[in-house]
Each structure stands twice: as structure tokens, then as C-alpha cells.
Write a protein that binds this ligand. Structure first.
Ligand SMILES: Cc1cc2nc3c(=O)[nH]c(=O)nc-3n(C[C@H](O)[C@H](O)[C@H](O)COP(=O)(O)OP(=O)(O)OC[C@H]3O[C@@H](n4cnc5c(N)ncnc54)[C@H](O)[C@@H]3O)c2cc1C
Length: 398
């Protein structure tokens, strides 16, 4: 297997590293210490990163984007997250939906939305699936049971759809300009067969942002409620067939769905790198028992575990990115995501342990990493629901 990077991949990695070191790192801790969750966001960093291509990285070249391959995307995510994973995620959140627009939207929708997205440095996007009573329940509902899963309802009236209901925890809620929404268009069947996906611009009549969630980790990243009160969405903004929504979101073989697992694993890698750097710097100078911590065997064992897990995650991330590019579809993305959740939590906890009690303060950089790491527990389902990959692996080996 050839692990070397092409010139283009290396160039994206270096560009991201420079931006992360010079622009993200100096503001990271300051922004996340702001108490009001509505104020942690900073448009200046988004605009600067956008001008360097980090917002539009995944849009195919034929539509005017950078068309970066998945290996480059993985490298950039890890580099940005080495400085701050919440800021890194604010950029890559858009790549997920550019994959979706490029692969499943009509040419008219691509023209209307991709053009605006490419032109405007402040155009960020999100997708609403989760609702107050439907998070994990969307991913592991009893099959075809109409009462499980999300309830946001869409009813057709002429050339429009009328949406009523709410979504919660939605990325870029409060700042986004376009949202993909999963809505029930047939409430009498389960979500797999009764859902339609819509593209809903933030200025849609009847649509507004609700509460902003005050999270302990990923504080820069916005998560808000989306409220729909007779919101009117033109049929021209429907993505795919009526009642074909969940299928559209998950059967996208160009990488849109698989991308979610790669994304979270690559961001976790950046956080682990940061935790290793931070711990190494500390133990080289901290004196205990008359010698530096690096000379204590138990410290070496902990450092060894941090670096070993981080390098294993790097191999996993790069392999699934390479598999995406080579269009080799396997169970690996889901497994890498699960591995990244365990790894980031182990590595950041060991980092806090090595750096002493003072680093358990809310204002300490090591503490921020540990708080960010906890967020992985509830992403794309929780760590228990994600074990459904085990079922797929068992099925594949029959
Ligand atoms: C930082 C952050 C960003 C997010 N961004 C988005 C976003 O952009 N868009 C979006 O739509 N969502 C988003 N979410 C929501 C996320 O996807 C959900 O939190 C996640 O799916 C878990 O759902 P829940 O929080 O409702 O937990 P629950 O589903 O209530 O889980 C609680 C427990 O119940 C169990 N459980 C739930 N359902 C079942 C079932 N059917 N069978 C057996 N056990 C079950 C789970 O295993 C878990 O242990 C985000 C969440 C966070 C923390």
C-alpha cells in the first residue's frame, strides 16, 4: 500500500496547518470561554478560512469548487481540529451538504444553491433530522413502526409544502443560510418509507431559529432549534422523490453518507494530535521527584498509549479516506467512527491526567479537549446505537 501524499494533498495539508496555527489557535480558547452560546461564533475566522477554500473544499470542480479528494479532506479536517475541532467542524459541516447537493440535487437546485454557496463567504449550511423525542430513535426505530422517529410534518398545497414541527441540536442553527430537512410526508408508515427531504433557506416564511444549545464542548459550533410554523417551501426545493427522503440521504454512493463517519474520525484525530503535543510539552519540563516527568516510567507508559492510539487512528482515517477515493465500499467508515470516539476520550483523559489538577479548570486548554471529546458520545446516534455496524459486519460474513 502506498501511503505517500500527492503534491496537491500535501499542499492542502500545509495550507490548513498554517491557517490553524496562525489564525485558529490564537482565538480558540478565548472564543470558547464566552458564556453566551450565541456569541462564541466568529464570522471573521469563517470569512478568512472561506477565502482560503476551507468552506467550499468539497464542491466538485465542474461546479466551481476545489474538488478536493477525500484524502485531502481528511488531512484538512485533522489539521484544523488540531487547533480547534469546533472551528474545524464549522467548515467541514458544509462539505457534507455540498456532497449531497452535487450528488442528489437537480441541475436547477445546484444552480440556485451551489452558486450562492460559492459566492458568499458567510453561506453555511446544516441538516435537521433530530427532534426532542427522536435522536437515536431515527437510527434504530422498530422497522416500519409509524410512531417512532421524527415528527416534522410536510403537507402539499399546490406548488408548495407546508411544514409544521421542530428540530433540535441542528448544526449552524442561528447562523446558517440553508438547511436540509427530513419531514414526514406519510405519517401512517415508518420514517424509511414516509419521509421527504427539503432544502429550506433561512428566510423561508414560517421558519425561525429557536433556542441556542449551551454545550460544554464544541462551544464555537452553533447548535440550535429550528421551528416551523406553517413554513412554506416550494416544491422546487424538494430533494428527490416524495417519500424517498431517508433513502436519498443514506444511499448516496458518492460519499455523502460515508463522509459523516470520515469527518468525525478525522476531527478526532486532530484533537488527539493536539492532546499528545500538549502533554509532551508539559512532561518535558515539569519536575517531580527531582527529575522531569518524561523520566518517570509510569508517565512514559501513559504517553506511549496516547501516541499509539493516535497513530492507529491516523492509519484508520487515511485508509477510509483512500477507500472513499478509490470507491471501495466497506464497513470501515463506521468502525473508524466508533474507534475515534473511544480513542479521543482515552487520549484526552490521559492528557488531563498527565498535566495535573490545574488542567481540570474550565479555562485550561487540556480541559477544553476533554470537554470537546465528550461530544463524540452523541454524534450521528450514540455510541451504543452506532454498534449497529456490528450487525452489518455479521451480515456481510454470512
Ligand atoms: C454537538 C452536536 C451536534 C449535533 N448536530 C446535529 C445536526 O446537525 N443535525 C441533527 O439532526 N442532529 C444533530 N445532533 C443530534 C444527535 O444526532 C443526537 O444527539 C443523537 O442522534 C442522539 O440522540 P439523542 O440525543 O436524542 O439521544 P437518545 O436517542 O435519546 O439516546 C438516549 C439513549 O437511548 C437509547 N436509544 C434511543 N433510541 C433507541 C432505540 N430505538 N432503541 C434502543 N435504544 C435507543 C440510546 O442508545 C441512548 O443510550 C447533534 C448532537 C450534538 C451533541
Amino acid at each position: 500500500m502506498d501511503f505517500s501524499l500527492t503534491e496537491e494533498q500535501r499542499a492542502w495539508q500545509m495550507k490548513a496547518r498554517k491557517f490553524a496555527d496562525e489564525e485558529i489557535r490564537p482565538i480558540s480558547l478565548k472564543r470558547e470561554q464566552i458564556e453566551d452560546p450565541k456569541l462564541t461564533w466568529d464570522w471573521e475566522i469563517i470569512k478568512k478560512g472561506s477565502k482560503l477554500g476551507f468552506r467550499t473544499l468539497a464542491v466538485p470542480k465542474e461546479w466551481g469548487g476545489h474538488g478536493a479528494d477525500f484524502v485531502s479532506q481528511g488531512l484538512v479536517m485533522a489539521e484544523l481540529s488540531r487547533a480547534d475541532c469546533a472551528i474545524g467542524k464549522a467548515f467541514s459541516q458544509n462539505w457534507k451538504w455540498s456532497h449531497l447537493i452535487s450528488s442528489v440535487c437537480s441541475d436547477d437546485q445546484k444552480k440556485r444553491f451551489l452558486t450562492k454557496f460559492l459566492e458568499d463567504d458567510t453561506f453555511v449550511m446544516g441538516k435537521g433530522i433530530t427532534e426532542p423525542n427522536a435522536g437515536g430513535d431515527n437510527r434504530l426505530p422498530p422497522p416500519d413502526f409509524p410512531k417512532s422517529g421524527f415528527r416534522l410534518h410536510a403537507e402539499r398545497k399546490g406548488d408548495e409544502w407546508i411544514l409544521n414541527g421542530e428540530k433540535c441540536f441542528i448544526a449552524n442553527g442561528g447562523v446558517g443560510k440553508l438547511f436540509f430537512l427530513d419531514a414526514r410526508t406519510d405519517p401512517n408508515v415508518g420514517i424509511k418509507s414516509g419521509t421527504t427531504m427539503f432544502m429550506v433557506p433561512a428566510d423561508t416564511p414560517g421558519f425561525r431559529f429557536g433556542k441556542q444549545f449551551n454545550k460544554s464542548g464544541w462551544r464555537f459550533y452553533m447548535n440550535a432549534e429550528l421551528i416551523f410554523e406553517n413554513a412554506r417551501v416550494p416544491d422546487a426545493n424538494r430533494v428527490g422523490e416524495v417519500n424517498g427522503g431517508v433513502k436519498k440521504g443514506t444511499d448516496d454512493t458518492t460519499g455523502g453518507d460515508l463522509f459523516g463517519d470520515l469527518e468525525l474520525a478525522a476531527h478526532a484525530l486532530g484533537v488527539c494530535d493536539n492532546a499528545c503535543d500538549m502533554a509532551m510539552k508539559h512532561v518535558k519540563t515539569a519536575m517531580k521527584g527531582g527529575k522531569t516527568l518524561t523520566n518517570q516510567q509510569w508517565v512514559q507508559l501513559k504517553l506511549n498509549r496516547m501516541f499509539m492510539l493516535t497513530e492507529a487512528l491516523r492509519s484508520f482515517v487515511m485508509r477510509i479516506a483512500w477507500e472513499h477515493d478509490a470507491k471501495v465500499h466497506s464497513q470501515n467508515p463506521g468502525l473508524a467512527m466508533n474507534f475515534s470516539c473511544d480513542t479521543i476520550q482515552d487520549v484526552t483523559r490521559l492528557g488531563v491526567e498527565l498535566m495535573g489538577g490545574a488542567n481540570g479548570r474550565m479555562s485550561a486548554a487540556a480541559d477544553k479537549l476533554a470537554r470537546d471529546a465528550v461530544i463524540w458520545t452523541h454524534l450521528g446516534g450514540d455510541s451504543v446505537l452506532r454498534m449497529r455496524y456490528a450487525r452489518r459486519i455479521i451480515a456481510a460474513h454470512k
